[in-house]
Design a protein around this ligand. Sequence first.
Ligand code: ADP
Length: 229
Amino acid sequence: MTSQDPAIFLNAIERRYKQGEIVLEVLRGVELAVWPGQSVALIAPSGAGKSTLLHIAGLLEHPEVGEVFIDGVATSTLSDAERTRIRRTDIGFIYQFHHLLPEFSAVENVMLPQMIRGLARREAKSRAAEILHYLGLKPRLAHRPAELSGGEQQRVAIARAVANAPKVLLADEPTGNLDTRTAEHVFKTLMQLVQASRLAAIVATHNLELAARMDRRVTIQDGRIVEIT
Ligand code: ADP
């Protein structure tokens, strides 16, 4: 492992699905490396394989062929427990809909992934509060998701995703459910966090304006990653 390793490297990834008699070759040799502090917009039409790619990158799905390296470590031959550990500590997920737990407060939602990882309640709480402060949510720590605006809910979801200080951030339309102004605010916050925490971020989005402000833009063409210049 060297400092030059990408935080995530998808190498020769192939993924196919059987739909009845037909075999659908969704990914046909995906190559994608993302370095710490770098944001990559993934822009492709519906059905092109964005979710499949994010699931494989997040170790939620196995490709038929290829390897996912996280911080230089090949993950395909690891045990399920090892993959789960890497997923919990090194990878953060943000979805279009926040998926916060409704009975828990903002700070508790951010504490949970840390406690699952084994952190003591007090430490988890102090770190959760710190991240929420950083994201401008200091007055909202004790609020439940239903008592927060859409933008606030999504910022809590971002805080939860980075609570364990991951190396890789995977986001699927993180601002897709927000109005333009709120989307702008959430996006800015996200990009600040990517830089400040040196995250390697892959963000699937249909928003070309936001994509233009990321470090790189890629698409999926015939099952392969193509850089948009
Ligand atoms: P996107 O996120 O770009 O819309 P997806 O990765 O969700 O694309 O899907 C890519 C293609 O793979 C689609 O045609 C979809 O129907 C198919 N697909 C995705 N998941 C499965 C599955 N579990 N079984 C069969 N086909 C699937």
